[in-house]
Design a protein around this ligand. Structure first.
Ligand code: PRX
Length: 644
């Protein structure tokens, strides 16, 4: 573990300050500190002022924050419509401005002005109404990162229906579990799309999920003419079969600030994925304000966040944040390295993207492909770069800064979670010099602390990261499991939100993230629960018992390593064949991003006498080393000899 003084020493030879000085909404440390201080000393006044300034309300709120024994609420009495905030309110000034540009892997593209996007969303809202959906009903959306997905989300928000977007890389198993757990009345999908030159058949996956889970919801399909669709009479409907309505017929309802907006299923420290529920006003305010003060989005920007919309980053920084500010967004559907590693840079040159937000895994992949791919293209339109979802190490950060940004763009390393809804810690673009790999400072209204096991604050020492107060964009509950929500995140009541991350605060007060403290691992920014994978493995008839750990990976940050004990009846001779069966089983159960990097077939697991698996020894084994340290609690201390 590096202390911050060592870190600073390492960095001291270079000052990471962009060579072009631009004006941002926050331009000096004094400005930041004074606003941050004001925001945490009187949070209600701060949030109230910002909510009134930036959002359109049909009815003003009368109470900014209220906290009960088991819940908290923001902006009580207020009424608004999020689709109105992202579209209608821009029509007067920006109806002909580009809202969205999309390109797919094959190079097909589409553009929508705010007026066109508004029309599409209203049409889709009227289609949804034909399904007799009531406000608060849940609709699962299983679509690629496409205009159809943005339109479906905003159509749901328009009529007060809760969207539950499921990442298009998920298997029938994971999709079915999420449709069922969310009690979705409707599933929206399409025939499919191409990713890395392979057709991903979304509708066929939905059909399989319905069969596996005996689901009864209706299915609404966008026919993108990529593949023939088979429709089940009475259950499946084509969007194109619904008559177009006249826009004058569109009525608009407004919903309370705490009206549920969306569910997002994510992995936790237990085997069961949790559906985090976000509500309307507070969530929008978080996504909007961080887009405003951190990314400094303006009318001149074309913002590209490369995340999949199926994850929280896509919700906040493709859809709700930028569109609520009336900023143009760029969407790309497909593999970032397809057909060659220049794709990402070619798109920036072609569309003159001004701000790019991406994940460290994508940056590492590009760096691995070589500078020549970046240097081939004119990236002079770029003004600002973002990084999200995982730690970015110094070398990768420097490459992003020097080669991609040409030394002219600030890099925002943004730290947050599905649970927090919007960025909680980040570098601010106007506060250079930057510290590579440092999540830096709290956003306004956020009060982070790094604490030791007894809750005492730590400086320059690794501890647990907590956030002292609820902020508006935080999830309000875990769908149908409020007890788990309170226990996992707020064990002390609504004080000290437990992030599950370890961190270190340096003497400048800046925060360095040091990974998870629980059994959640982060593969290319995808959150996986080792317990969830273990429970899938144990359900396989070949497997008696399994344990999973994470190992470091130069490309994906972390990778999955599984230790498996086969059932006696399983033929152990064809070990490689069995390993590949297990690997395919995990990919098809969870999605290909969960494919393990290493699988070990064992006779037994290293357990203590009380039956607890000594995970740290598995981590060492996964790295090909012999576990050391105190092994006295092991039931069988000779076990490692046979494994190695
Ligand atoms: O461990 C942290 C890591 O990703 C977790 C949240 O994952 P998820 O809910 O899927 O949201 C990802 C998009 C925000 C966190 O608990 N993480 C997120 N951002 C960073 C990070 N780790 C290091 N540095 C970051 N900037």
């Amino acid at each position: 573990m590096l202390t911050s003084s060592v870190q600073n020493l390492l960095l001291s030879s270079r000052q990471y300050t962009p060579s072009i000085k631009r004006k941002y909404r926050i331009n000096s440390l004094e400005e930041y500190e004074s606003k941050w201080k004001e925001s945490v000393e009187n949070p209600e006044a701060f949030w109230s002022k910002e909510a009134k300034k930036h959002m359109s309300w049909a009815k003003d709120f009368h109470t900014v924050f209220s906290q009960g024994k088991s819940s908290f609420e923001w902006f009580l009495g207020g009424e608004l419509n999020l689709s109105y905030n992202c579209l209608d309110r821009h029509l007067e000034r920006k109806s002909e401005k580009i809202a969205l540009i999309w390109e797919d892997e094959k190079g097909n593209s589409k553009k929508f002005t705010f007026s066109e996007l508004h029309k599409e969303v209203c049409q889709m809202a009227s289609v949804l109404k034909s399904f007799y959906l009531k406000p608060k009903d849940v609709v699962t959306i299983y679509l690629s990162t496409s205009p159809e997905l943005v339109i479906s989300m905003l159509a749901c928000a328009r009529i007060g229906v809760v969207h539950n977007v499921v990442f298009a890389g998920f298997s029938p198993e994971s999709l079915g579990a999420r449709i069922k757990a969310s009690s979705s009345k409707l599933v929206i999908t399409s025939d499919g799309f191409y990713r890395r030159e392979k057709f991903i058949p979304l509708k066929a996956t939905v059909d399989e999920a319905f069969q596996k889970y005996s689901l009864k919801s209706s299915v609404l399909v966008f026919d993108r003419k990529a593949e023939k669709i088979s429709l089940k009479t009475g259950r499946d409907f084509l969007v194109s079969d619904f008559p177009s309505m006249k826009l004058e017929d569109e009525s608009l309802d407004f919903f309370s600030s705490e009206h549920p907006l969306f569910l997002m299923y994510t992995s936790g420290s237990t085997g069961v994925p949790k559906g985090l529920l976000h509500t309307s006003a507070g969530y929008l305010l978080g996504a909007l304000l961080t887009s405003y003060y951190l990314f400094n989005l303006t009318d001149e920007d074309l913002f590209w966040c490369t995340a999949d919309i199926g994850w929280i980053t896509g919700h906040s920084y493709i859809v709700y944040g930028p569109l609520s500010l009336g900023t143009s967004i760029f969407l790309y559907e497909g593999g970032l390295q397809t057909p060659d590693p220049g794709r990402l840079w070619r798109l920036i040159e072609k569309y003159k993207i001004t701000k790019l937000h991406t994940a460290p895994t994508a940056i590492r992949l590009c760096r691995q492909a070589g500078d020549k791919w970046v240097k081939k293209y004119d990236l002079s339109s770029l003004e600002l770069l973002g990084s999200v979802g995982e730690s970015i190490n110094q070398k990768t950060w420097e490459w992003y800064f020097d080669v991609v940004g040409g030394g002219q763009c600030p890099i925002l390393d943004t730290w947050w979670q599905t649970e927090t809804g919007s960025t909680m810690l980040s570098a601010f673009p106007g506060l250079a010099p930057f510290k590579p790999g440092c999540a830096s400072r709290p956003f306004f209204g956020v009060l982070p602390k790094v604490v030791g096991s007894s809750g005492h604050p730590l400086l320059n020492t690794k501890g647990s990261l907590i956030l002292e107060h609820p902020v508006p964009s935080m999830a309000r509950t875990i769908y149908q499991d409020h007890a788990r929500y309170e226990k996992e995140y707020w064990p002390e009541g609504f004080l000290n939100y437990k992030t599950g991350d370890a961190a270190l605060q340096d003497e400048d007060g800046e925060i360095w993230i040091h990974g998870r403290t629980d059994d959640v691992i982060n593969v290319s920014g995808h959150r996986l629960s080792t317990m969830e994978i273990e429970s899938f493995l144990s359900a396989n008839e070949l497997i008696a018992e399994a344990s999973c750990v994470s190992i470091e990976d130069s490309l994906t940050g972390q990778a999955l390593c599984c230790f498996v004990i086969l059932r006696e009846s399983t033929c152990e001779k064809n070990a490689e064949g069995i390993k590949s069966l297990i690997s395919n089983y995990i990919s098809s159960s969870l999605g290909s991003f969960a494919k393990p990097k290493k699988i070990f077939l064992l006779k037994s697991l290293p357990k203590t006498r009380s039956g607890k698996i000594l995970r740290r020894t598995l981590r060492t084994l996964a790295e090909g080393k012999k576990p050391e340290g105190d092994l006295s609690t092991l039931e069988d201390a000779t076990i490692f000899e046979s494994i190695l």
